[in-house]
Design a protein around this ligand. Structure first.
Ligand code: ADP
Ligand code: MG
Length: 324
């Protein structure tokens, strides 16, 4: 193929050496990876299962702060992708990585990135099957394509909520948005728990069986609870009531809330902040609430999302992050 000069020069021995050294161990011997020494990989069949695929990119200065520790960048990359698989009730098993190293991101930084990646791919049972490595004059950018298995036809969709279902969310909500404020020095975070929750998402792979059994629809909470619940409503062609007075809060978030003058506005801030990486889902009204979930509302006929906080109907605005 002819065209403009590529940004990355043809790979020399060093670059193949780097892939070998940094990334080959992360295949964990998966046969389809061919030790990252072929042009492409082979994904094994798993009879009776569908392959669920997702891809998230993260960019320095946009999705993580400039100068963030390379191993944390790698771990966040894995976790935001695994969170999508978790919300679909898929069992992670393989990934493809693309990295664009920025200028000055040298040997040790690349090693630290690979170490963070190794730690979390291992933690979530994921083999690296391939990828691409380039250089850029722009910001550090990395993307992962993550794959998981679900029993055939059983991926939990956003479309699937039915009027009368209850709306539930896992874990606690709002810690990450408070964590971001803490990282910026805007709020107190004595033990660092809130900041940690922002920097190191904990994808809910543990909910897989419950979601498969009971969820009629699900999404992970990355843009903000209200925005992601709205995704379910729109995909399902239903309306939602969300009662933020029922929002599950961590001790730290509850303490923060107690100190706020305007409880309604503060609940709205927690319910619309991003990066929680919990799962919002719907279940039939007759299903008993599974442990680890909180009922926060219900599915209605029609369309639109009604949000209540401090006993009143509030306007959530855009309801979370809009992708720019
Ligand atoms: P080409 O550009 O000639 O297709 P590459 O150098 O991109 O070859 O890839 C060589 C092998 O190394 C392939 O198996 C590819 O999947 C793997 N690879 C390259 N970069 C990465 C990476 N960042 N992570 C995982 N595998 C990689
Ligand atoms: Mg090739």
């Amino acid at each position: 193929m002819s065209g403009p000069a590529p940004e990355t020069p043809p790979k020399g021995l060093d670059e193949f050496g780097e892939i070998d050294r940094l990334f080959r161990p992360l295949t964990r011997g998966a046969p389809g990876a061919f030790e990252l020494r072929d042009d492409a990989a082979v994904i094994p069949q798993r009879p009776g299962f569908d392959l669920v695929v997702t891809k998230d990119a993260i960019v320095e200065g946009v999705h993580f702060p400039e100068g963030e520790a390379p191993e944390l960048v790698a771990r966040k990359l894995v976790r935001v992708n695994v969170s999508d698989l978790a919300a679909k009730a898929a069992e992670p098993f393989a990934a493809f990585l693309a990295v664009a190293w920025p200028q000055g991101f040298a040997g040790r930084d690349r090693e630290l990135f690979a170490m963070g990646l190794a730690a979390d791919l291992e933690a979530f049972g994921i083999d690296l099957l391939g990828g691409d490595t380039v250089s850029t004059s722009g910001p550090f950018t990395c993307t992962l394509t993550a794959m998981g298995w679900v029993p055939a036809g059983r991926m939990v969709r956003r479309a699937g909520a039915r009027p009368g279902d209850k709306l539930l969310v896992s874990g606690t909500i709002g810690d990450a948005t408070l964590g971001l404020a803490a990282v910026k020095g805007q709020i107190e975070d004595a033990d660092g728990r809130l900041a940690y929750r922002y920097r190191m998402p904990e994808p809910r792979v543990d909910l897989r069986e419950t979601l498969r059994r009971h969820a009629t629809a699900a999404a992970d909470v990355s843009d903000g609870l209200v925005a992601d619940a709205r995704h379910i409503a729109e995909a399902s062609g239903v309306g939602l009531l969300i009662d933020l007075d029922r929002l599950p809060l961590s001790g730290a978030a509850a303490t923060w809330l107690e100190r706020q003058a305007d409880v309604g506005a503060s609940l709205l801030r927690l319910g619309t902040g991003g990066d929680d990486y919990e799962v919002v889902c719907t279940m039939a009204s007759g299903v008993r609430k599974p442990p680890g979930f909180t009922v926060i509302g219900e599915v209605r006929e029609g369309e639109g999302v009604e949000v209540r906080a401090a006993g009143r109907v509030v306007d959530p605005g855009a309801g979370g992050w809009r992708h720019g």
